[in-house]
Design a protein around this ligand. Structure first.
Ligand SMILES: [Zn+2]
Length: 259
């Protein structure tokens, strides 16, 4: 997850130079420019896209298009082929913004996330982070650190497959709730999807409550079962620091929402 930001930091100046020259590029060429294969390029584009969205900037990643189709590919959140958006990116004065993925910025975010983990009630740090568009990045770091890099449901530790899930979704959470690690759960991609589609919720006692323990919506493969039913009634892995445990009122609101 952090490697992606390092790559984003290498890609940022490449994209800014393209914008200045009113150019676009292909996934293949952008990958070559930072010395990686084109497949993992999306992992470098992702953080840049998130950053531009969060900070209200034109989508810098719109400058990278597929060689075959000539438009932005899967993973791009805007409308592919919209020339007006590219025009906006070209017009924007990118020299007014420092590379948000420079070593210095990454170190600063690491430090902020650590401060929040030590004192999650430190409300003033939240406001500063949000005003700079770094909410999502700090939230991810905080939740990852709180849960020690393990899916809270199954214990998976592949960092590339782990995601910081919001209990109260980002769009509904206001202000500090978007960053507060107590509004977060570290989950593998599978459990995050199942949680977000309300296949399971988490009780006040931090037990997994799977919605179909009797296999009524089956048939279940053994992989389905081991990912879902087998966790029913089990306690999730909680942060070592009790101050960072999920907020019970948020869990209850989420359960009410899933009915
Ligand atoms: Zn999992």
């Amino acid at each position: 997850m952090i490697d992606h930001e390092v790559r984003a930091g290498q890609l940022w100046p490449v994209l800014v130079a393209l914008a200045k020259d009113r150019q676009i590029t292909t996934y293949g060429k952008a990958a070559v420019a930072i010395g990686i294969h084109h497949r993992p390029l999306r992992y470098a584009l992702g953080p840049i896209q998130d950053y531009c969205l969060g900070a209200g900037l034109p989508p810098l990643t719109s400058l990278v298009v597929s060689k075959s189709s000539g438009v932005q590919g899967a993973g791009y959140l805007g409308s592919p082929g919209d020339r007006g958006v590219i025009e906006e990116v070209w017009k924007f004065d990118w020299s007014s913004i420092e590379n948000p993925f420079s070593d210095m910025h990454i170190a600063e975010l690491d430090r902020t996330a650590k401060e929040i983990l030590e004192d999650p009630d430190k409300a003033d740090s939240y406001a500063v982070i949000l005003s700079r568009g770094n909410g999502q990045r700090v939230f991810r770091r905080g939740v990852y650190g709180a849960y020690n890099g393990e899916c809270c449901v199954c214990g998976l530790t592949f960092s590339d497959a782990l995601e910081a899930a919001h209990i109260m979704p980002w769009v509904m959470g206001r202000g500090s709730l978007r960053i507060d690690p107590r509004n977060g759960l570290l989950m593998c991609a599978n459990h995050h999807r199942l949680f977000d589609s309300n296949w399971f919720t988490i009780s006040d006692d931090y037990l997994v409550e799977y919605s179909d323990p009797g296999e009524e919506s089956g048939p279940y493969s053994s992989a389905d079962r081991s990912t879902s039913i087998e966790h029913h009634g089990r306690k999730i892995r909680l942060p070592g620091n009790e101050k960072l445990w999920p907020d019970k009122s948020l869990l209850a609101a989420r359960r009410a929402d899933s009915q």
